[in-house]
Ligand binder design. Sequence first.
Ligand SMILES: *[C@@H]1O[C@H](CO)[C@@H](O)[C@H](O)[C@H]1NC(C)=O
Ligand SMILES: *[C@@H]1O[C@H](CO)[C@@H](O)[C@H](O)[C@H]1NC(C)=O
Length: 557
Amino acid sequence: MEKLKVVCAVILSLGSTSAASLGVVQTEGGAVTGQNIPLGLSRSVDVFKGIPFAAKPGIFEKPKPHPGWEGTLKATKYAKRCLQVSMLQISSFGSEDCLYLNIWVPHGRQVSSDLPVMIWFYGGGFVFGGSMGPNFFNNYLYSGQEVADKGNVIVVSVGYRVGVLGFLSAGDSSLPGNYGLWDQHAAIAWVHRNIRSFGGDPDNITLFGESAGGASVSFQTLSPHNKGLVRRAISQSGVAFCPWALNKTPRKIAEQVAQKVGCPTDDRMVACLKTFDAKTLTMAAPRLVQGSPDHPAVKNLLLSPVVDGDFLPDQPGNLFHNAADIDYLVGVNDMDGHLFTLKDVPSLGKDKETPVEDVKKLLAAYTREKGQAGFDIAFSEYTSSWGSAPTQTAVKKTVVDIGTDYMFLIPTQTAIYLHAANVRLGHTYSYLMSEPSLLAGPGRPYNDWVGADHADDLQYVFGKPFTTPKAYGDRHRDLSGHIIAYWTNFARTGNPNKGNLKVPVIWPEFTSTGHHFLDINGNITDASVNQEMRLRYVRLWASTLPSLPSQSVTVAH
Ligand SMILES: *[C@@H]1O[C@H](CO)[C@@H](O)[C@H](O)[C@H]1NC(C)=O
Ligand SMILES: *[C@@H]1O[C@H](CO)[C@@H](O)[C@H](O)[C@H]1NC(C)=O
């Protein structure tokens, strides 16, 4: 039997006269070749790794065009990630020379043409991250191969500057900031100019990203600089309204960095900062410190985009006319806040007791601007189903809900409502991912009831249940296949239900009257179509609390 299989495989591979491949591709910078990976019968993917889309950027400068190269560039190795601090923040790694992208092009018997294009932006809080992601059982998390092959789309992943080099801003034109967003924009423009040579359709470009990458996607759709370049966008667990996504006090951070390297903080600050090398500046980022219920760590994520009057000419809420012709698919994981609240509120851990005091402290920290009145209203909303003696599960879930709502879910709803209210040609789709965390359950580190945690969606979007099947069950393969179907159909047609791949149920469009969303997990049925996601809490955070007068806050340190 085994022998017969081998013989058949040999005959079939001879019969298919080797799969199609692009060979040498001409780009504006010069010629490139990639690697052709055969995938079963008459299918293959051409992979190009490390193509420069801009020159090595100057410190605190916008990206500039790449000067080009002689001969043929062998694009078979990922470029280094953009210079960043290590997880422990005691060293840095990566390179200043990091504006490179990777491309996956699927082929059938013939070389592809006019394929939809999906451009991926990684997350990492605007301080970490790379376009290949972490290495996951010997394959990179953000490998575009499964999405490209299953969905018959081109996948591109790009590098952008992070941390001090990507986002330091003095809050004025001496150091405007948003360098990482300009990098992303340069990558989008490069893809628009060059992707036809790779078999892509420059008029069918979809951006997608998660966490800070999802917020990046949101900013790119709101900026007037991408007019005509972007057709559709997917934000997973991050939009411009997330409290960690937009820095409202950039000058403060710039002064902290200046002090750390010994620069004055007056009008000599920027000139002084520019005399330092990239590594020193990167390491001068404010340390991300361990959070506590009174001082949640999310409040320290401050090297992020700013309203600079150029890339973002105004507050995000006033820029949705720029996204009116863009189809937008947006959502969150139902426990996106779990990872973060578990760090801020250690008593949340398995087999520990969470005192109600911890719930109060966390909620007070998030509602601080609205004083006692804001806290009281919020607390009564979140405890309305507690009864007189809430179980530990109820108390703990409430902490996670508060964190999820504040950091991800409510800001995402704000973006969805505004997009739907401003669309002309565009359409809006909303989802909630609710597949339980693989770390939850008996004998595992998380509480049994933990749902979809932050970043849990990534493994399914990138098809890991197919590439590392032993780590997953059939339910996870169903989920991954369905997400890839909805995502790539959306990239192809602007409608997640229409395209090359079958979907389990019709996902209705989000409109200002219907407020539909799809609950995405390993068992998608008619019951997965729902309406008005957490409306009670959307009202609380987006309407009731903002209408209260702001307190003058004395920040305790
Ligand atoms: C995008 O792709 C769709 C489906 O292949 C095609 O009908 C359309 O013409 C393409 N271009 C634009 C601008 O939509
Ligand atoms: C899937 O969900 C439906 C309800 O929508 C339920 O009846 C069914 O039991 C679920 N199946 C599994 C395997 O969980």
